[in-house]
Design a binder for this molecule. Structure first.
Ligand SMILES: C[S@@+](CC[C@H](N)C(=O)[O-])C[C@H]1O[C@@H](n2cnc3c(N)ncnc32)[C@H](O)[C@@H]1O
Length: 468
């Protein structure tokens, strides 16, 4: 009898959905570069709906490592028309110390010790990779100088406000236009139940999400944004008191720090000092993703969660594309292969990553050639810091009832893609889900059944076929 690894089987079952539901439909027109939110939209100009019937426009511009953008259509500026030469590879100044192959599948996917340019133009470089500092400088340049508004993006990586839940739309409407024009997130990543909590936003940009969350946590809550790009932090700071006045707060509950999300300790952010960490389209840009997740875990209180949206690849992105400043800046080539992300999240202590939602992230055919067939998804994960979670999903005969008491989710609460709780219904849950709900800020919104249950009924859900 062949022994089956229960953990692998379980992860395979839960995450196969991500793959199945995220198969990227390639645009026939070949004009769509990238769009996580565009899954419902039309390719403007061609007028062919890609999926569904929504009205989200999809950018049709193109980007390239060494040849640069070929010019924008669809009314959007190319980087050249904005007076920038974004096709410059730049950055590679040093000697190659090795071949620059990153270690894959271990969480070290993006960290390299070598230096070189993506197109071989840098002095002395052979086949190496940029250093972490050089990658960060490219990203700063991209978000500090090249991209001034959403319209300057070479892809439509950005999420539109149409996608926000109805309770958030009026809150988003309170945010200053200048801040909103520099919202570059790839999804909506604001969780429920934020009243009176402390929230940290990694890569807060112009502060758009922070100023929405500021209203949700209320005057007694706290929001901290961290970003490394001067102009973004300056803009966010410029509007901090303006928003406090607008919200009728005596004192602002938002603070912005200039710094690196890999080094939160340098900003004096203490262990266990936040209830929630959010982040919107940023992890993919970091050259040291393990450090970011480790720091997020450190600053979270027990029972807290990291709730964030980002771009993931459906296979590992070839190393030679990772240093392309445009592909990275547009949130494509720095994206982790989703299975490597799961491994990494578990490694730092987030034992049971949950997918809240996932959708295709469209990439233009011309880029697809360059990407060697790699496809992408935009996914929101929630990662709880709860110490007694198991790596597998197990059934201990437990159940919960959602009280319907969360103002933003009166009828049903989407906890994750597999756990959607209707108000008033008693539903069986795995021990991990039971523990996440009970250890977190969701606790008072649920009734719990079988708290002391010690009897194990096998994998959750019970209908799962046994394949030994
Ligand atoms: C795609 S933008 C998203 C900004 C913001 N979250 C939003 O939704 O508008 C990425 C932001 O992350 C910041 N960023 C990228 N890597 C970073 C790092 N390692 N440390 C700090 N900030 C970083 C950039 O400066 C930029 O403002």
């Amino acid at each position: 009898m062949e022994a089956i690894n229960g953990e692998e089987r379980d992860m395979e079952r839960r995450l196969s959905k991500l793959l199945e539901e995220s198969v990227v439909s390639k645009p026939e027109s070949g004009e769509i570069n990238s769009s996580c939110c565009g899954g419902k939209g039309k390719s403007k100009g061609q007028g062919q709906p890609e999926q569904g019937t929504g009205e989200v426009d999809i950018v049709k511009t193109k980007a390239s490592c060494c040849s640069g953008p070929k010019g924008a259509t669809n009314g959007r500026k190319s980087a050249e028309s904005a007076g920038e030469n974004i096709s410059s590879c730049g950055g590679g100044k040093g000697k190659s110390q090795a071949q620059g192959q990153s270690e894959q599948g271990t969480g070290e996917v993006d960290i390299v010790k070598t230096k070189a340019s993506c197109c071989g133009g840098s002095k002395g470089a052979t086949n190496g990779r940029k250093s972490a500092d050089e990658v960060r400088e490219d990203v700063k340049e991209y978000y500090g100088r090249i991209i001034q508004t959403k319209e300057d993006l070479q892809t439509s990586a950005c999420c539109t406000e149409e996608k926000f839940p109805s309770y958030v739309k009026p809150l988003a409407g309170m945010v200053a236009d200048e801040v909103a024009s520099k919202f570059f997130g790839c999804d909506f990543c604001v969780p429920n139940v934020l009243e009176n909590t402390s929230v940290l936003d990694l890569g807060s940009g112009s502060g758009f999400d922070c100023f929405i969350i500021s209203q949700l946590v209320g005057e007694t809550g706290r929001v901290v944004g961290v970003d490394m790009t001067d102009s973004q932090v300056e803009l966010a700071n410029k509007y901090t008191q303006w928003h406090a006045d607008r919200f009728g707060f005596e004192k602002s509950n938002v603070t912005f720090h200039k710094g690196y999300i890999e080094k939160l300790d340098e900003l004096g952010l203490d262990d266990a000092s936040f209830d929630v960490v959010v982040s919107n389209c940023v992890l993919n840009l970091s050259p040291d993703k393990e450090a970011v997740l480790t720091e997020a875990y450190r600053v979270l209180r027990t029972g807290g969660e990291m709730y964030f949206s980002d771009v993931y690849a459906l296979r590992r992105v070839p190393d030679n594309l990772k240093d392309d400043p445009v592909l990275r800046g547009e949130c494509i080539s720095g994206a982790l292969y989703w299975n490597d992300f799961i491994t990494l999240a578990r490694k730092v202590g987030f034992t049971d990553p949950r997918v809240v939602q996932s959708e295709p992230y469209f990439v233009d055919d011309s880029l697809m050639d360059k990407l060697d067939g790699t496809e992408f998804v935009s996914t929101t994960f929630r990662l709880f810091k709860v110490s007694n979670l198991e790596a597998t999903i197990e059934d201990y005969g437990q159940a919960v009832k959602y009280k319907g008491s969360i103002f933003s989710a009166p009828a049903q609460l989407v906890f994750d893609r597999d756990n959607i709780f209707e108000a008033g219904a008693v539903v069986p849950v795995s021990r991990n889900t039971f523990r996440m709900l009970r250890a977190s800020r969701f606790r008072s919104h649920f009734d719990f059944y079988g708290c002391c249950s010690k009897k194990h009924f096998g994998p959750f859900p019970r209908s799962q076929p046994i394949t030994i």
